[in-house]
Design a protein around this ligand. Sequence first.
Ligand SMILES: Nc1ncnc2c1ncn2[C@@H]1O[C@H](COP(=O)(O)OP(=O)(O)OP(=O)(O)O)[C@@H](O)[C@H]1O
Ligand SMILES: [Mg+2]
Length: 394
Amino acid sequence: MIPATPSITDRPSELATDISERLNRAIREHLLSAFAPDNTKSLRPFSAPEAAELLGVSGQFMRKVHGEGTIPEPKDVRAGRRYYSAHELWEARQILEKASRTKGRYVPGRKEGERLQVWQLMNFKGGSSKSTSTIHLAHYLALHGYRVLVVDLDPQGSLTSMCGINPEIEFDGLTVYDAIRYDDPVPFSDVIMPTYFPGLSLAPSRLLLSEFETESAVNSNPDQPFFLRIRNALAQVEDQYDIVLMDSPPQLGFLTISGMAAATSLIVPLTPSMLDVSSTAQFLELAGAYMGVIEDAGAALQYDHFKFLITRDEPTDVPSQQLTSFMRALFMDRVMAATALKSTAISDATMLKQSIYEVVRSEMTRATYDRAKQSMDAVGSEVEAMIHQAWGRS
Ligand SMILES: Nc1ncnc2c1ncn2[C@@H]1O[C@H](COP(=O)(O)OP(=O)(O)OP(=O)(O)O)[C@@H](O)[C@H]1O
Ligand SMILES: [Mg+2]
């Protein structure tokens, strides 16, 4: 039975709690139907052409290495067509790498002397596509053979739920908060969990993470400055990853700033509307001031890359294109060349907490899917090239 809507004469605290409970219940039911039957996410298989593209080889080469028995047949063969699980793809990568004369051809992660890449996506404008961009980058990089850790710095936990953990559904495990709190923090490795995506791990978040904001405001211990909490946590697990991607909350609080002090590169996702552009200008003014404070406190900041990413790009919308051109004219290559297209394929996928990489092409209008995927691939590939540049490879 649906409980009656409280009247407006109820106490606001009861009203808010009641709305939250009803909403959470409805979300839980919706998610249970989306994630049925056991409420866990799993990843679709990849067709042979997709597998070849991800490995960067031809279909002919794939048939050859199967024929020679270099890589095992996938378990899923239907009507003579091979379908690979992401895990089988990951394994094939490792085998091909061992057999390859060019080191790093199939397993492109960092080598000795190349430092961990820590990329933060941040903007205090809500809805600027921070979480969507983070999950797409994470999936792109993991599917291309990198060891990726996503760190959810947003107490809203959007990224956490996109990784298959639902803060709404009784998730009471450890979160980033437990590793960065001032009182008796746990090792960061205790917080990190594997995901259903090979190569992708998650440091999850939930509402409790907002405690860090409160605690940092009153923390006066000079030995534990707030801005080193995330940097120190990451240092504990540095060896295990090639790339860390951090999603930020839509505010410039202690979490975002602590992320900034840990980052080696920054991306500011920006939707080309006048309100978003002016809000971003204010955001950067404030971010600049905080960076100055951190530097004055003795923690050197040095970013390999500091870029804008145009998100929800609409090529047929004249005002937004004019704003994009304006940004490019003003900041030139500080604006990434690739843009994330506004697409119903992306919004439909994110409704089900998926990225475009998890969607099966035949389940969408193909042209829409192709345009969205090409755009996300272009963003991923440009970031990958910047990472290689930071590693001094090009
Ligand atoms: N390229 C895109 N095409 C269509 N819809 C998009 C695209 N990118 C993001 N969206 C939609 O915009 C909304 C906001 O995106 P997202 O949650 O990624 O923003 P955010 O910056 O993380 O928000 P917040 O500030 O609340 O954390 C989501 O509903 C998402 O589905
Ligand atoms: Mg978000």
